[in-house]
Design a protein around this ligand. Structure first.
Ligand code: GTP
Ligand code: SPV
Ligand code: MN
Length: 599
């Protein structure tokens, strides 16, 4: 028996959007293969060389549709107050009236696909079910990889189960006989809407077919809607990777890390440590749902089943495990098509191909000086194909988290690693996190913005209340069971613009220090902003690092930090009465410590 509310909702949307056909996805391989063939047949996708890239597709998006559109993303809670200062807001009824006009007849000439999906292993107490309606076969094949899709989800949902309603259309109806474009969407940015109704657990998306705008299980459900569910139910939905870290003695811990978009989560999650004997295995690379477990520890699952990773920069040098993951059954978007029907992107190999077809479908040569792949080109690949996926990555009980890292892209000020004094101070450090913007969102690349816990674009309610929720989470278990917090920065630059820290696999040195701190075996020095590695405790053996760089990486520049205080105060002021008093006090305390002679 089909879920009654689901049947009624699908019928309501069918009547509104008037598609030519309705298809209920069963999640089978046959369904995936048929849709893949269809996209190739109509010229929407290229099939890559079956020998070298078995079962791989390449799509090219419309130039208006290459990343998340934050200016067109709305949180339509009952009141503007509840959405808070960092979200766009519109009254839910007004938004629905407006969007119904866009949806009316928007699927003419197309198929309406119904995608029942589970975020998290089906049946896990931490998992959550959603159903996406879409008119994009690209979305269907991507959802097949990124989530658990199909009949088994409907069975888990049952006749009366609750689910998140995720409505999506590319917003490009076809007149009779009209030839479809290879990437249908509404090219007018102002006509795109990525809208959330947290009170009714609904998502309405229109006009875009790209990534987080269209694969609604990801940012829209697993972060924006789930963050509200988590607030209401006492858990956490976060923009975090999850890893299993094993030391040379064979002892393992689990670590989560929140870095903003394009700031290194996928790289860190699949890292090959340069330190001998250390091992990193992947649980997740983008999203983490955490609940207090029966043992009082915070248990985390990866709600996704695949990686939607940044392609440019991914190489055998930077992230060999990602390269190995995307060799087959992978969907590429906005990469270069090489003459031998392969894909390429900037920095994938030392030598670029002699020529190719760029992400806009034009003949391209490296000599043109233009980028062949879009900076936000992506791969969609099954997590199970990652050679270092942890055997327990689908454990329905989740894994217990021992440490949480926060880190953005900061060319200056923020040291390589700082340990928080305690839970409250850790929340404070997460709340003041800043990062230079990247190509993952439409906007100005490089400008610094505060991005608390890497959740600025993904929090479904008032950011001040979100920080208060984190503080409350610290009371939900006994203090000795709580993870410890670390603030990291791989992106510090020298005055002449060079990276001070080699990053990637060398970040294992920081992980080693953290592991030993948790075991009480490594020393730290107290500074006004937190605890940094004591001299000699960060293992730099075999690393050719300028002694001056070493000092700069771990130093706390009091003047620079004092200069940040004014900026943080202005930013905190935007939260008004929603700013937790504890955080205002932490800021005052940090300022006092910075002004004191010694820490
Ligand atoms: P989203 O999928 O957008 O959430 O991003 P992500 O956080 O998973 O980012 P990803 O790991 O794909 O990293 C994106 C960019 O950061 C690439 O250009 C990488 O080369 C660069 N990067 C990752 N780790 C490091 C590092 O340790 N040092 C430096 N300098 N760059 C890094
Ligand atoms: C991000 O922007 O943080 C992503 C890519 O992970 S998207 O799914 O498009 O949001
Ligand atoms: Mn992300």
């Amino acid at each position: 028996m089909i879920n009654k509310k689901l049947a009624a909702w699908v019928e309501e949307m069918r009547a509104l959007c008037t598609p030519d056909r309705v298809h209920w996805c069963d999640g089978s391989k046959a369904e995936y293969d048929r849709l893949a063939d269809e996209t190739v047949a109509v010229g929407a996708a290229n099939r890559l060389d079956p020998e070298r890239w078995p079962h791989c597709l390449l799509f090219r998006s419309d130039p208006s549709d290459v990343a998340r559109v934050e200016e067109r993303t709305f949180i339509c809670s009952k009141t503007r107050e509840d959405a808070g200062p960092s979200n766009n807001w519109m009254d839910p009824d007004e938004m629905k009236t407006l969007m119904r006009k866009s949806y009316r007849g928007c699927m003419k000439g197309r198929t309406l696909y119904v995608i029942p999906y589970s975020m998290g292993p089906i049946g896990s107490p931490i998992a959550n079910i959603g159903v996406e309606i879409t008119d994009s076969p690209y979305v269907v094949v991507n959802m097949h990889v990124m989530t658990r899709v199909g009949t088994k989800v409907l069975e888990a949902l049952g006749e009366d189960g609750e689910f998140v309603r995720a409505m999506h259309s590319v917003g490009a109806p076809l007149a009779p006989g009209q030839k479809d474009s290879s990437w249908p969407c509404n090219p007018d940015i102002q006509q795109k809407f990525i809208t959330h109704f947290p009170d009714t657990r609904e998502i309405w998306s229109y006009g875009s077919g790209y990534g987080g705008n269209a694969l609604l299980g990801k940012k829209c459900h697993a972060l924006r809607i789930a963050s509200v569910q988590a607030r209401d139910e006492g858990w956490l939905a976060e923009h975090m990777l999850i890893i299993k870290l094993t030391n040379p003695a064979g002892k393992s811990i689990y670590v989560a890390a929140a870095f903003p978009s394009q700031c290194g989560k996928t790289n860190f999650a699949m890292m090959e440590p340069t330190l001998p004997g250390w091992k990193v295995e992947t649980i997740g690379d983008d999203i983490c749902w955490m609940k207090p477990g029966p043992d009082g520890r915070w248990r985390a699952i990866n709600p996704e089943a695949g990686f939607f990773g940044v392609a440019p920069g991914t190489s055998m040098k930077s992230n060999p495990n990602a390269v190995r993951t995307v060799q087959r059954n992978t969907i590429f978007t906005n990469c270069v098509l090489t003459p031998d029907q392969g894909v390429w992107w900037e920095d994938m190999t030392d030598a670029p191909p002699s020529k190719g077809v760029d992400w806009q479908g034009n003949e391209w040569t490296p000599a043109s000086g233009k980028k062949g792949a879009h900076p936000n080109a992506r791969f969609t690949a099954p997590a199970s194909q990652c050679p270092v996926i942890a055997p327990e990555w689908e454990d329905p009980a989740g894994v217990p988290i021992s440490a949480i890292l926060f880190g953005g892209r900061r060319a200056s000020v923020v040291p390589l690693v700082t340990e928080a004094f305690n839970w409250q101070h850790g929340i404070f450090l997460g709340s003041i996190m800043g990062s230079e913007m990247t190509a993952a969102a439409f906007g100005t690349v490089g400008t610094l913005r505060r991005d608390p816990m890497a959740m600025l674009p993904f929090c479904g309610y008032h950011m001040g209340d979100y920080l208060a929720h984190w503080l409350r989470a610290g009371q939900m278990t006994s203090p000795d069971k709580l993870p410890r917090f670390y603030y990291v920065n791989w992106f510090r630059k020298s005055a002449d613009g060079k990276w001070l820290w080699p990053g990637f696999g060398e970040n294992s040195r920081v992980l080693k220090w953290i592991f030993e701190r948790l075991e009480g075996r490594s020393e730290a020095t107290r500074t006004p902003i937190g605890q940094v590695p004591a001299a000699g405790t960060l293992d730099l053996s075999g690393l050719d690092l300028d002694p001056e760089n070493q000092t700069e990486l771990l130093s706390v520049d009091r003047a620079a930090w004092l200069a940040e205080i004014a900026d943080i105060r202005r930013y905190y002021a935007k939260f008004g009465g929603h700013l937790p008093r504890e955080l205002a006090e932490e800021l005052d305390a940090m300022e006092r410590r910075l002004k004191e002679k010694s820490p």
